[in-house]
Design a protein around this ligand. Sequence first.
Ligand code: GDP
Ligand code: MG
Length: 297
Amino acid sequence: MVDIAERCGYVALVGRPNVGKSTLLNHLLRQKLAITSRKPQTTRHLLLGVDTDGAHQAIYVDTPGIHDQTDRQINRYMVRAATSVLQDVDVIVMVVDRDVWTEGDEVVLAHVRKARAARFAVINKIDLIRNKNRLLPVIERLQKVGCFDQVIPVSALRDQGLDALRAEVAAALPEHPHMFPADQLTDQPERFLVAEIIREKLMRRYGDEIPHRTAVVIEGYQEGERVTDIAADIYVERPGQKRIIIGKGGEKLREVGRDARQDIEKLLDRKVMLRLWVKVKPGWTNDQAQLRRMGFD
Ligand code: GDP
Ligand code: MG
């Protein structure tokens, strides 16, 4: 018998909002864990996704986008969560969107430069580049930055380049016993993932203003013999937002509930009864005590 030493480490997925970090996590794990949307700041908390493959265990950390808007407590919380993790991981994957390099990427890069982990740059969304020759200058520019050990083009959405990324990550993991059982996928309890699915449907169904002022709190969670009965409160800041979310005759909220229930049933692999309430809590996104009660700490 050959004794192969176990390798295990933390791998942070960082980048400015909307470059595809959460999509990348889901596709690396071949399972939907993190919620995604076209809107920035969809991801609010650190989320672990564990990928165990033989002797290798990569513990990916999906992070909220790093940006410099610090006007509200909730934004400060999210940026702190994303930047503090850089000091504690073994590998940093900085995700960028094709050749779109912005001030936002500079802000992220400044944090990445200061870290001491192995560092990869991942060029995401290459499915949107028709002429692949246009990739070369992007790769070269990222190599010239000087702090990246590897530059890897991928399409998270279309599963392109992910095996190459997995292999590079595996090679960079330190020798260390595994920290999670091989069949464990995340550190978060099911009810957290359930709340996130509901929030995803809210992010996707409404205009720009509503989603950022919305939080979902699971109030009831009962696993019956055949059905899991879930009750969730949706918090908004103003009565007007409540009216928009509920819609005429409750139509909009029913659609959110139906979409969410379908995803939750897939996640839990059983029948679900989902009941949603909308509650108004003025100023919760800027209220530290309230944020702590909602799980931001
Ligand atoms: P995050 O804010 O960095 O976590 O970004 P998300 O994972 O939420 O993705 C933001 C948007 O980009 C979503 O609409 C995704 O569907 C889209 N997206 C992510 N990866 C890809 C990709 O490889 N190709 C394309 N075409 N779209 C992508
Ligand atoms: Mg995200």
